[in-house]
Design a binder for this molecule. Sequence first.
Ligand code: URA
Length: 239
Amino acid sequence: MKLDRLISQHLQCGRKAARDKLQSKLVRVNGHVECDSSRLIELFDHVSLGDDAIQALSPRYLALHKPGGYVSATIDSEHPTVIDLINEPWADQLHLAGRLDRYTTGLVILTNDSRFSESLTQPESEIPKTYCVQTDIPITEEAVTAFKAGMPFAKEGIYTQPAEVQWSPENSPRSCTLTIFEGKHHQVKRMFSRFGIKVIRLHRESIATISLGNLREGDYRALSDVEVSAALESRKKTR
Ligand code: URA
């Protein structure tokens, strides 16, 4: 949005009055006096008029270890949401970069930066997401072969990207680590159910280079600059 528009909205005055205000040299953008009414203001630019903050949003990027029972939504009338776990005054600014089912545990990314959430969720970016899966009956070679080859998802009209599977049938026939490269609704459960196998526990360990590490259930941490820029970088590559 242009600077004069932002000021006119804030002061509820016309654009001409807003431009006059700019000439008073009281408006600062990111700490510097700004008189150019056509200056484009981005979401995270800090704008002040004298001592009055007109726009002071800071970018936020969090990794949360979602416990079972919490819904991946910002508001829900029946169940606790992941936002309820964020003990910050700016928690209500956040949205999710990809959801988990209510009883799926593990890594969820929360942010107020839509460029960032897009970079993690847009299908073309093929962001890897790694899950630990436990099933009701032994996983079969047939299922693993199909996951690795990619399989049709008729509802979406796609073929899934070849998944990566770590599975040791001799040691743990009913569990595996699965990495998928898209995020379709109930994707992992649907992949297994195609072979008559039910997923009884699902836990997300990582998204791209962002891992849960030793974050405890219900806890969250800020993403590092390296984690944020790597995700934004991956978005640029797919443009
Ligand atoms: N796949 C699923 O089936 N559920 C999830 O929560 C995430 C991936």
